[in-house]
Design a protein around this ligand. Structure first.
Ligand code: C5P
Ligand code: MG
Length: 297
């Protein structure tokens, strides 16, 4: 019987047969998708990372900015600060994606990176009312097919939890300007704290970085009412740290994890295939998640 189902999903989701799609265990993926389809949209939630997952990694050979990098705009920060932030990126990003180091090893270094950048941003007294313009003038870009993704989840009333170690205020502005900040979208991220005059004075709450999403999942996501009674999870991420974003889902039944492998492909391929159910290699589109969603809902 199972063999028939496998052919069924293969015929229904030909996108999974593309050579950029890697799977450790194809039949498990197909069984999970099939179980999710039987349970239906009413039992599903989608949990997604933001930077380099919902946004593109590169476009026309140029890196697309993360929410932090969007803040590197002459309206918001001076040249000296911009230089320091870039130096920090050059120091810490290679560590973040280093396949030779464990998450445990990277964790304190990520805290260092985020803390230093947030302090620099606070010193710049960034104005809330200029964020929208900075986003507008940035080269921020969601993945091809993003509209189908967001719109379908809204139509099917499936909650989308965006769980980001980026900057929440910037993230919201990016999805607002792309007309997909729908009511089913919920966000957990690092939000700015502005004083009464609208000047940045701190960041709110516990810092979220790439490798502590589990804590955020347990303290924030698990309390979200709209996610309750939805034991099936489609999880999207680009970092191994993103795999813990569903740790707050109690009584989960089926979890399908999709990982975008954007950078250091050769070094990280094995690790990604071992860790995510589906790995998308150098794929700048939402084609595969969209095809799976179309089948499930
Ligand atoms: O949304 P997501 O959780 O992916 O956001 C975090 C990403 O932002 C990290 O993967 C990191 O590479 C990037 N980052 C950055 N500048 C910082 C801190 C993080 O570009 N100062
Ligand atoms: Mg990311």
């Amino acid at each position: 019987v199972l063999a028939i189902w496998h052919q069924l999903t293969k015929a229904e989701i030909p996108e999974l047969a593309k050579c950029s799609v890697l799977m450790r265990d194809r039949s498990r993926v197909e069984d999970t998708i099939y179980a999710m389809q039987r349970a239906g949209a009413g039992r599903l939630q989608v949990i997604s990372d933001f930077d380099m997952t919902l946004t593109r990694f590169a476009h026309n050979g140029k890196r697309v900015p993360t929410t932090h990098n969007i803040l590197d705009h002459r309206l918001l920060i001076d040249e000296d600060c911009s230089k320091k932030i870039r130096e920090l990126l050059n120091t810490y990003y290679p560590i973040e994606i280093d396949a030779g180091r464990t998450a445990e090893d990277k964790l304190p270094l990520m805290v260092e990176w985020w803390t230093q950048v947030h302090e620099l941003l606070i010193q710049q007294r960034i104005r809330k009312d200029l964020l929208a313009q900075a986003v507008k003038e940035s080269s921020a870009m969601l993945r091809e097919g993003y509209k189908v993704f967001f719109d379908r989840l809204t139509e099917q009333q499936v909650p989308l939890l965006i769980f980001s170690a980026g900057v929440g205020d910037v993230l919201e502005e990016v999805i607002r300007q792309n007309n997909v900040f729908h009511p089913n979208v919920h966000i957990i991220s690092n939000y700015m704290d502005f004083d009464q005059t609208g000047v940045l004075r701190a960041f709110q709450g516990q810092l979220i970085h790439t490798f502590n999403k589990r804590e955020g999942a347990l303290s924030h996501a698990s309390g979200l009412r709209v996610l309750q009674g939805r034991p099936n999870v489609l999880l999207l991420g680009d970092s191994l740290g993103d795999l813990t974003m569903a740790d707050g889902v109690s009584e989960h039944q089926n979890i399908l994890t999709i990982g975008f492998l954007n950078d250091q492909m050769d070094e990280r391929k094995e690790l990604y295939v071992k860790s995510f159910d589906v790995v998308l290699v150098k794929d700048e589109t939402m084609e595969v998640p969209n095809a799976i969603l179309k089948y499930i809902t």
